[in-house]
Design a binder for this molecule. Structure first.
Ligand code: PLP
Length: 287
C-alpha cells in the first residue's frame, strides 16, 4: 500500500508530495505544526492539539488554511487512507508561497497545509518504555518563544543529535541558572526521593505539552503529590525517577541523565503507572 499525504487541497502519493520551493516554511521556517497520537484507530486529543495550533497560528498572525472542521476532516481522511491504527498524524501550516521577502506576503497569499500520517509499533514503544531512555543535557540556546510550536527546530535537531552521539534518546535543555527547561521534543519531569512529581511551569521556557496537561490531570485524579516548579540538573541527578512526555512517546521513563543513573537505573513505578493509565485520561475522536 502506498502512503498518502494531503498537500494544499489534494491527496497525493507520499512519494510525490511536495510544496513549492518558495513556501515560507521552507525558506524561513515560517510555520507551525502539531503531532497527534493515533491509538487503536482513534485520534488522541485532537481538540486540544487544534486549540494549540490555533494559538500558535494566532501568535504568528498566520490564518487557518481552511476551516477547523475541514482540517479535522482531512486529518481523519489521511489517517484512514494510510490505514494507521497506531501511529502519528502530522499537521503543518505555513504562511504560504510567495516571492522570497522577509516581510509578510500580500493578504491574498493563502497559508499552506500539509498532513501526513505514519504507523508506529506499540510493541517497540512498550519495549523502549520497559527499558527506559538516557537523556543528555544541553545548554538552552533557543529563542524565548518556545511556547509557539513552530517548525523552526534547528536547535532541537542539534541538541537531539548531540544526545544521540552520546548514547541518549533525548536532550534536556539546561538554562544559564542550571534549571532544566524541557527536552528537545518532550517535556521533562522528575519524581523526588519523597515521591513528589515535579515539572516546570508552562508560563515560559517550555512548550505547553498536551501530554503534560493530560498527565497533570491524571496526577490529580490519582491523588499524587505534585509541584509545578523548575528543577535543576543536580536535582534530577538525585531524583528517584525521571521521565519525559510527548504525543510521540506518551510517558517515557528516563533511567540515565548524562553519566548519572537515575534511581536504581530502571523505569520508576510512578512513570510506569502514569504510562499505563495514560489513555484512561485522554479524549478520543474516531477516525
Ligand atoms: N516540548 C517540545 C519542545 C516539543 O517539541 C514537544 C512535542 O513535540 C513537547 C514538548 C511535548 O508536547 P506534546 O505533549 O503536546 O506532544
Amino acid at each position: 500500500m502506498s502512503r498518502i499525504a494531503y498537500v494544499n487541497g489534494q491527496y497525493v502519493r507520499h512519494a510525490d508530495a511536495a510544496v513549492h520551493v518558495e513556501d515560507r516554511g521552507y525558506q524561513f521556517a515560517d510555520g507551525v505544526y502539531e503531532v497527534c497520537e493515533i491509538w487503536q484507530g482513534r485520534i488522541v486529543d485532537m481538540t486540544r492539539h487544534l486549540d494549540r495550533l490555533d494559538r500558535s497560528l494566532g501568535e504568528l498572525r498566520i490564518g487557518w488554511p481552511m476551516t477547523r472542521a475541514a482540517v479535522e476532516f482531512v486529518v481523519r481522511q489521511v489517517v484512514r487512507r494510510n490505514k494507521v491504527r497506531n501511529g502519528l498524524v502530522y499537521i503543518q501550516v505555513t504562511r504560504g508561497v510567495s516571492r522570497r521577502d522577509h516581510f509578510f506576503p500580500p493578504e491574498d497569499v493563502a497559508p499552506s497545509i500539509v498532513v501526513t500520517a505514519r504507523s508506529t509499533s506499540p510493541e517497540a514503544a512498550s519495549a523502549q518504555a520497559a527499558q527506559g531512555i538516557a537523556v543528555v543535557s544541553y545548554p538552552e540556546n533557543r529563542w524565548p518563544r518556545v511556547d509557539i510550536k513552530t517548525v523552526a527546530l534547528l536547535p532541537n535537531v542539534l541538541a537531539k543529535q548531540n544526545a544521540k552521539e552520546h548514547g541518549g534518546k533525548e536532550a534536556w535543555y539546561v538554562d544559564t541558572t542550571g534549571f532544566v527547561t524541557e527536552g528537545g521534543s518532550t517535556n521533562a519531569w522528575i519524581v523526588t526521593k519523597e515521591g513528589t512529581l515535579v515539572t516546570r511551569p508552562a508560563e515560559s521556557g517550555i512548550l505547553r505539552g498536551i501530554t503534560r496537561a493530560v498527565v497533570l490531570e491524571l496526577i490529580e485524579k490519582e491523588g499524587l503529590t505534585f509541584e509545578e516548579r523548575p528543577f535543576s540538573l543536580q536535582e534530577a541527578f538525585e531524583a528517584k525517577e525521571a521521565f519525559v512526555t510527548a504525543a510521540t512517546s506518551i510517558v517515557m521513563p528516563v533511567v540515565r541523565v548524562d553519566d548519572r543513573m537515575i534511581g536504581n537505573g530502571h523505569p520508576g513505578s510512578v512513570a510506569t503507572r502514569l504510562r499505563d493509565l495514560f489513555h484512561t485520561a485522554t479524549d478520543f475522536q474516531m477516525v
